[in-house]
Design a protein around this ligand. Sequence first.
Ligand SMILES: CC(C)(COP(=O)(O)OP(=O)(O)OC[C@H]1O[C@@H](n2cnc3c(N)ncnc32)[C@H](O)[C@@H]1OP(=O)(O)O)[C@@H](O)C(=O)NCCC(=O)NCCS
Length: 187
Amino acid sequence: MKPAEQNIAIIALQDDAQDELIAHLQRHFAESGEHGFHFIPFDPKDDASPAGVSMEHTRIAVGEGPWQRWFVAQETATGAIIGHVNLKAYALKTSAHRCLLGIGLERNARARGLGRKLMQTAIAFAQAQDGLSWLDLMVFGHNTPARTLYESLGFVQTGIKTDCFRIGDTSIDDVYMSLPLRSGLPS
Ligand SMILES: CC(C)(COP(=O)(O)OP(=O)(O)OC[C@H]1O[C@@H](n2cnc3c(N)ncnc32)[C@H](O)[C@@H]1OP(=O)(O)O)[C@@H](O)C(=O)NCCC(=O)NCCS
């Protein structure tokens, strides 16, 4: 395992860092599709992009509605955010025992051990929540770096939706993975 750098802090998103996070997400999403490698289900030719952060939802208690939590990789000297991981509740109350994880690092921040550290931080947070039993994520079939990281942390593939997205001429499979947060769960 690579040691994450000392001048980068892995911390919960601070209220005053919202603009830094939005700037990071814009830079990060703009990288999807570079060299033909997509990691979000949006065509770079379109204006649409993922929903991003809702600071209002970061203040909702876990299990109490559309809660979100964000952890970021932030340069200690400049305050610039270069990576993130988020946890979001499902819309349905009947899925309140699960949440959905998303992660992303800007190109220059990858392969430096930060992705693993962000994932470990999010998993530890989820494991500490009594009401949560499962952590879920979706990942493109061709995204070997991400799938390798998730598998190394105990995520198990639960399904695959073939030809889920089409971006230009590229057909993309969506892989479903889950991590049990405690023992004795239904299998
Ligand atoms: C996927 C991603 C989050 C991984 O974060 P990272 O900081 O680059 O990864 P790390 O340096 O922490 O490495 C963690 C593990 O990921 C795997 N990994 C990383 N890069 C890899 C590569 N090029 N090929 C195969 N496995 C790779 C390895 O298992 C690695 O563990 P190891 O170093 O002990 O071998 C990051 O590359 C990224 O943000 N990519 C673009 C956005 C994205 O794909 N998001 C996920 C969408 S589901």
